[in-house]
Write a protein that binds this ligand. Structure first.
Ligand SMILES: *Cc1c(COP(=O)(O)O)cnc(C)c1O
Length: 395
C-alpha cells in the first residue's frame, strides 16, 4: 500500500511487479511504500512502541556506527536511543553489546547491514523473540545482498526497511517498510495510521531542512573528532525540534521506482566491478580492507581501515587535494546522542574507516586512479609516522 493525498491507497499498478518480487525475495507479507527509508523506520518504531506494556520512555537499541537517520527518526518517534558497540573489524553491532543495552523499556533492535556487508542474524533474531523485542533489519545500504547462509538481506527481521534515495543503491527516490511476521502485521494494524489525516511536508522545505541537517551533523561530527566539547542537550534538542518533521514523508514516484527496480542486477554488477578494482590495487598497504561486500554481493562504499588513525583526516584531505573524493562517513552516534552508552570499538572504527566511491558518479578509470592516489598518500603517511617513531626511539 502507499499514501497518496493524505489517505491510504493500494500500491500503484506500475509497482506491482517490484512489490511481488520484493515480497517473495525476503518472504514478506506487505509492503508500505513511502518517501524515505527514515519514514519506514519511523513507522517501525511506532509499531514497536505499541507492543507490550506501555512504558514512559521506550528504548530502541541501535548500532553506534551508522548514518544518523535511524537514530534521528527514533527521536522523531519519541523513543530513547541506546547505542550498541560494534565489531572493530566490520563496524557492525555485536551480540554482546546489544545484550548489555537491554532494559525493561527496550522495544526494538535495529540491525544495519553496513556498507553492504551482512552478518548471520539467527542468534539475534532468537534473542529478540525471547525478549519480546521487534527486530528491524535496515537494508538501506545492502539492497540485493546475501547473508552468510545464502538468504537475502532483509529476510530475518520482523520488518525490513529499504531506501531508494540519493546515495543509495537505487537512487530514484523513496523507501519501503516490509512487514514479515504476524506480529508485524498486527502491530501495523494497531498504530492506526490509515485513519489519521497525514500532513505531508512541503518538498522544498524538506530539501532545505535536509541540507541544513546534514550541515549541522557534519559540523558536530568534526567537533567530536577534534574532541571539542559540544553540549549533548543542544544537539539532541536541535535535531529533534528542527528536523523531526522531515523524517515522515509519504510521497514517492511509483513509475520512477518501477523502472529503477529493473536496473538493480546491473547496478550491483557495476558496483562489484569497481570494488574488484579497489581490492586488487589496495590488497597490500598500511590498512585492512573491509571486504565483506565480496561475500554479500553488494558494495555500497568500498572501505578501508587505516593503520594510522591519528592521521585519518590528514590522509583524506591529501587524497582530495589530488582531486579524488573519499570520505570518513560515520562517527559514533552515541557521542552525539547518548554519551552514557560508551562504545570504544565504534570510536576506534570511526578513527580508522575511509570510504571509497563505487556508484555511478565515478568511472572504472576514476576508481583505478583514485586507488593509486590512496596507495601513494597512505604509504607516504605511514612512512612518515615510522620515520618519526624511529627518531624518537634513537633519542
Ligand atoms: C540512508 C539510510 C537511511 C535513511 O534513508 P532515507 O531514504 O535517506 O531516509 C536509513 N538507514 C541507513 C543505514 C541509511 O544508510
Amino acid at each position: 500500500m502507499m499514501l497518496r493525498q493524505g489517505t491510504w491507497s493500494p500500491t500503484a499498478e506500475v509497482l506491482l511487479d517490484a512489490q511481488s518480487e520484493l515480497l517473495s525475495a525476503i518472504e514478506g507479507s506487505s509492503v508500505i511504500w513511502c518517501g524515505r527509508g527514515a519514514t519506514a523506520l519511523y513507522w517501525a518504531y511506532r509499531m514497536a512502541c505499541s507492543w507490550g506494556e506501555p512504558v514512559a520512555h521506550p528504548e530502541i537499541i541501535l548500532p553506534a556506527i551508522s548514518c544518523a537517520s535511524p537514530a534521528l527518526s527514533a527521536l522523531a518517534a519519541e523513543c530513547v536511543v541506546r547505542f550498541a558497540d560494534v565489531c572493530p573489524d566490520t563496524g557492525m553491532v555485536t551480540m554482546e553489546s546489544i545484550k548489555a543495552r537491554l532494559s525493561p523499556a527496550t522495544k526494538a533492535v535495529v540491525f544495519i547491514h553496513l556498507y553492504g556487508q551482512t552478518q548471520d542474524l539467527q542468534e539475534l533474531a532468537a534473542w529478540c523473540k525471547a525478549n519480546h523485542l521487534l527486530l528491524i533489519e535496515d537494508v538501506a545500504q545492502a539492497q540485493g545482498a546475501r547473508l552468510p547462509n545464502g538468504c537475502p538481506a532483509g529476510s530475518v527481521g520482523d520488518v525490513a526497511i529499504f531506501s531508494f534515495n540519493r546515495t543509495k543503491i537505487l537512487r530514484c527516490g523513496g523507501g519501503a517498510l516490509v512487514l514479515r511476521s504476524r506480529l508485524a502485521e498486527e502491530l501495523w494494524g494497531r498504530i492506526g495510521i490509515p485513519d489519521q489525516p497525514f500532513r505531508e511536508i512541503d518538498p522544498v522545505v524538506a530539501a532545505e531542512l535536509g541540507l541544513s541537517e546534514r550541515n549541522l551533523y557534519h559540523a558536530l561530527v568534526t567537533l567530536q573528532r577534534l574532541s571539542c566539547p559540544t553540549g549533548r542537550q543542544l544537539s539532541m534538542e536541535v535535531f529533534n525540534r528542527c528536523y523531526s518533521q522531515t523524517y515522515v514523508r509519504s510521497m514517492l514516484d511509483p513509475a520512477k521506482l518501477a523502472s529503477a527496480w529493473t536496473t538493480l542486477p546491473r547496478e550491483l554488477e557495476l558496483r562489484a566491478a569497481k570494488a574488484d578494482l579497489y581490492r586488487s590495487r589496495l590488497s597490500r598497504g598500511p590498512w585492512r580492507l573491509l571486504d565483506g561486500c565480496r561475500a554479500s554481493g553488494v558494495c555500497w562504499r568500498y572501505s578501508l581501515l587505516v593503520d594510522f588513525p591519528g592521521k585519518l583526516t590528514e590522509f583524506t584531505h591529501a587524497v582530495r587535494q589530488n582531486g579524488f573524493y573519499v570520505s570518513n562517513l560515520y562517527w559514533p552516534l552515541n557521542t552525539l546522542l547518548n554519551p552514557a552508552d560508551v562504545c570504544p570499538s565504534a570510536e576506534e572504527f570511526g578513527r580508522r574507516c575511509v570510504n571509497l566511491w563505487v556508484d555511478d558518479s565515478v568511472s572504472p578509470d576514476w576508481v583505478t586512479e583514485c586507488a593509486e592516489v590512496v596507495r601513494a598518500e597512505g604509504e607516504r603517511l605511514a612512512a612518515d609516522i615510522q620515520h618519526r617513531e624511529s627518531i624518537r626511539e634513537r633519542r
